[in-house]
Design a protein around this ligand. Structure first.
Ligand SMILES: NC(=O)c1ccc[n+]([C@@H]2O[C@H](COP(=O)([O-])OP(=O)(O)OC[C@H]3O[C@@H](n4cnc5c(N)ncnc54)[C@H](OP(=O)(O)O)[C@@H]3O)[C@@H](O)[C@H]2O)c1
Length: 365
């Protein structure tokens, strides 16, 4: 485990945990919103300090996550009413869709809230920082509204950051293995329902995804452009370039859904900026923030989505010279390396990343 010493949850989230901080979660009944509440519950935040907004109260008048039991409030349509509802709130975590996020931003800023949003609404907006705290925390400086990146971009950026800092990066080729919960709460139920139906020999009709998700693997369901890239692949490229401030960074993703409940995986092949020994690459990753090395070749113990589920770190393993590595210089140094990484995308890929940002912004006020 190499999450830096002063980054224990208690310290990292101290500004959120203190008794005077009031929080709101917009989209509290969804997959990401529930995870935000779970982290707040683990921090000991009392229910009286948290407001839970959803589209309506149809899914229940209250939501219970861990020790928190909160009334669910329908987010008002009107901007003035949203401002009134957020009047005494310090931090708003956006865990709904992009249209809802766009409605919340202005009233949240008007009443002086920190607004950290998980949707795609502001990720490419130059007036809004796009931040992974382990990678570009300096971009938070003075911000009120901050975007948390796409979950696959967060995983890739966090895993590669130690290599980018130590050796530079020329090119990344990445294949994703994305959990169904990346498509929201309804997708988890769909995987469970379909799995039972297939095993029982009943007919199955997909609803959340265009393909069967049980016992299947398929290209990411987002729209495909004229060049054949889907939206998820475009997001990874554009967001990583923005986070790295490297508009020409070479990143080639292929995004795929797999029948996993939670935690995304990625097979990464990276070309470094300069040749390195495998031992140096391993040492850099071991010292990286938010990373846990799981790489036991003898026991064949490597990252898996199940190992990553519910955790807060990026699991990194299968660290090796690429099979086609070009050796440069003495001792077998090369620029070509391969990794396999997993993280719980509902935690580090969304809820945790957003709360890390919120805690830093609040602490700096
Ligand atoms: N899932 C992931 O792994 C992941 C990772 C990174 C980022 N994100 C982003 O995080 C956001 C939430 O994703 P999710 O997976 O949690 O989706 P989800 O499970 O479908 O939840 C969506 C939430 O938004 C609420 N909502 C919808 N329309 C609303 C409105 N008009 N006003 C207020 N609340 C509204 C829903 O409330 P009701 O229950 O009342 O409908 C629900 O609480 C999305 O923008 C997604 O792209 C998701």
């Amino acid at each position: 485990m190499s999450d830096h010493g002063d980054r224990s949850p208690a310290r990292e989230f101290a500004a959120l945990a203190r008794g005077s901080t009031r929080l709101a979660v917009v989209g509290a009944t969804g997959a990401v919103g529930r995870e935000v509440l779970a982290i707040l519950a683990d921090l000991g935040v009392e229910g009286g300090r948290v407001r839970a907004f959803a589209s309506s109260v149809d899914s229940g008048p209250t939501i219970r996550v861990g020790s928190l039991e909160l009334p669910v409030v329908a987010l008002p349509e009107d901007s003035g009413e949203i401002a009134t509802a957020l009047n005494d709130v310090d931090v708003v975590i956006g865990a709904a869709d992009a249209v809802t996020a766009a409605r919340v931003r202005e009233p949240a800023e008007r009443v002086g809230c920190v607004f950290v949003d998980n949707s795609s609404a502001f990720r490419l907006d130059p007036s809004v920082p796009l931040v992974v705290p382990e990678v570009n925390p300096e971009d938070l400086d003075g911000a009120c509204t901050v975007a948390s990146p796409n979950c696959s971009a967060i995983l890739l950026a966090t895993a590669l950051e130690p290599l980018r800092r130590s050796f530079g990066i020329e090119r990344v080729v990445v294949a994703t293995y994305q959990a169904v919960s990346g498509a929201g709460f309804a997708a988890i139920a769909e995987l469970e329902r379909q799995s039972r139906a297939v095993l029982d020999g009943h007919p199955v009709r997909p609803s959340v995804f265009p393909e069967l998700c049980a016992f299947n693997v398929f290209a990411h369901e987002s729209e495909v452009d004229g060049d054949g890239h889907n939206v998820e692949e475009r997001k990874i490229v554009e967001e990583i370039r923005r986070i790295w401030r490297a508009p020409d960074a070479r990143i080639a993703p292929t995004c795929v859904r797999v029948p996993v409940r939670r935690a995304h995986s990625q097979a990464i092949t990276v070309e470094l900026g300069r040749p390195a020994l495998e031992a140096d690459v391993r040492a850099a990753l071991t010292a990286g923030q938010g990373i846990e090395i799981v790489d036991d070749r003898d026991e064949r113990r490597f990252p898996t989505p199940l190992r990553a589920s519910g955790g807060d770190t990026v699991l990194v393993g299968r660290i090796r010279r690429a099979a086609d590595a070009r050796v440069e210089g003495g001792g077998g140094a090369t620029r070509d390396f391969a990794l396999f990484v997993c993280t719980d995308q509902l935690r580090k890929g969304a809820a945790r990343n957003a709360l890390q940002i919120a805690a830093r912004l609040l602490a700096a006020r």
